[in-house]
Design a binder for this molecule. Structure first.
Ligand SMILES: Nc1nc2c(c(=O)[nH]1)N[C@H]1C(S)=C(S)[C@@H](COP(=O)(O)OP(=O)(O)OC[C@H]3O[C@@H](n4cnc5c(N)ncnc54)[C@H](O)[C@@H]3O)O[C@H]1N2
Ligand code: MOO
Length: 399
């Protein structure tokens, strides 16, 4: 029986409720080499010019352009790392890539074009500024270098190092506790008895939590009983900014997350107009936020990308984590949706001008292979009929 869309709430509304009142965590000072993937606390302005002085872009001879086009005595040699002497007028200086240009020189002739005659060089006509990298070409003192909220990567860390910085203030990582419910779940490495399944959500979510910038502070399995669930949630709330649970958010009588949360804090249960991942629990215990993802592995995977990533992004003040990049692609499949928006696991293939989206053939919320072999969610609005060649929006699962 088709569900009536009126009964279900929108993804956008749930996201708004999740992020309401969530603000950036405090900062911490860390060593720059450890800051890959971390989020900058404050705007950074340049404290020095880069390069700090005019320097040579090539190996060759530095001279005054007015003296070029003739034979000049070589009056000094400027190895990289050595401050040069002012250039004796009417001479040139042997110079190397990165060496500082001597005062009085304004250009560099590359060595391939210079003929050496004893201690002098026949230098071709060279324009002022040729092969010279000006002081401040890359960065000028005082210019904005990196903005607060930037998630740092290789180039940003290179820029900071170029400023002589060894430490940087970043937003501390949100602490995340992961609670897995379900008596049937056992850990990998043990033999599988009848009725049991291995805990695949645990490692999958732990990986996503770290990838989204979180610090996993605990990962525990909770037995399907009320008192244990209550105790574990309370412990988690004492140490974590965010509690993530999987399982126990649908309507089954074995589900204890709901009543335990109602006892400890606030809880809202959502039935969302999305597939997979219809049930979602949002709540608070003290200052900790709770995101209760469904137990089905694909539902919790999709939920982590759609809800957990923005939440951890907001806590880190990292705006580019609050939404996923949308790529418009050509559907290579046919599908129909009814009352729920479908986040189909799909593969984007970049073929010249065209971007093709191929849906994984099995879209059940229990089929984790559909996530392992794809790189995007094709977003199919409720009530659609998509045919091959139609334009669809896809969420690119990067970062
Ligand atoms: N009568 C109804 N039944 C269900 C509904 C509904 O509306 N009415 N919703 C379905 C939908 S949609 C989903 S999604 C699931 C969500 O269920 P729960 O969040 O309560 O999760 P569980 O029942 O505990 O588990 C579901 C499924 O996932 C497996 N699982 C759980 N944890 C793990 C883990 N760590 N690693 C691997 N697999 C895990 C579990 O064994 C179950 O097969 O409810 C539907 N039912
Ligand atoms: O949320 Mo469920 O994923 O539709 O199986």
């Amino acid at each position: 029986m088709a569900e009536s869309p009126q009964e279900l709430q929108s993804v956008e509304r749930a996201l708004e409720a999740l992020l309401e009142g969530v603000s950036r965590l405090e900062g911490e000072r860390i060593a720059c080499p450890d800051a890959d993937g971390r989020v900058l606390m404050d705007d950074v302005r340049a404290a020095i010019d880069v390069p700090p002085a005019d320097n040579s872009a090539m190996d060759g001879f530095a001279l005054a352009s007015a003296d070029s086009g003739r034979q000049l005595p070589i009056s000094q040699r400027v190895p990289a790392g050595q401050p040069p002497q002012p250039l004796v007028p009417g001479t040139c200086a042997r110079i190397f890539t990165g060496s500082e240009i001597p005062a009085g020189a304004d250009c560099v002739a590359i060595q391939e074009n210079v003929e050496l005659v004893g201690d002098s060089a026949i230098v071709p006509v060279t324009q002022a500024g040729q092969n010279v990298r000006r002081r401040g070409l890359d960065v000028t003192t005082g210019q904005p270098l990196l903005a607060a909220g930037t998630r740092m990567g290789a180039a940003a860390l290179g820029l900071l190092a170029g400023q002589g910085r060894s430490m940087v203030d970043v937003v501390r990582r949100p602490k995340v506790a992961l609670l897995l419910t379900g008596d049937e779940i056992i850990e990998p490495g043990q033999p599988l008895a009848r009725g049991q399944i291995y805990n695949s959500n645990g490692p999958m979510l732990a990986t996503l939590i770290r990838r989204f910038g979180g610090e996993l502070v605990s990962q525990i399995r909770v037995a399907d009983d009320f008192d244990t669930t209550l105790a574990r949630l309370e412990e988690a709330a004492a140490v974590a900014d965010v509690i993530v649970t999987t399982g126990g958010v649908s309507v089954g009588e074995e589900d204890h997350v709901k009543p335990a949360l109602e006892r400890l804090g606030t809880l809202s249960l959502w039935r969302l107009a999305m597939r997979p991942g219809k049930p979602l629990a949002l709540g608070t215990i003290g200052s900790a936020r709770l995101v209760g993802l469904p137990g089905n592995p694909v539902s919790s995977y999709v939920g982590a990308w759609l809800y957990l990533r923005p939440l951890l992004g907001r806590l880190q003040g990292c705006h580019d984590r609050e939404s996923l990049p949308v790529i418009s692609a050509e559907a290579q499949f046919e599908t129909r949706t009814q009352g729920r928006r479908h986040y189909m696991r799909a593969n984007l293939e970049f073929r010249g001008e065209r971007i093709l989206a191929t849906a994984y053939p099995e879209q059940s919320s229990a089929v984790l292979t559909s996530c392992a072999e794809t790189n995007a969610f094709a977003v199919i609005p409720a009530g659609s009929h998509i045919r091959p060649g139609d334009r669809i929006d896809c969420l690119w699962l990067q970062g």
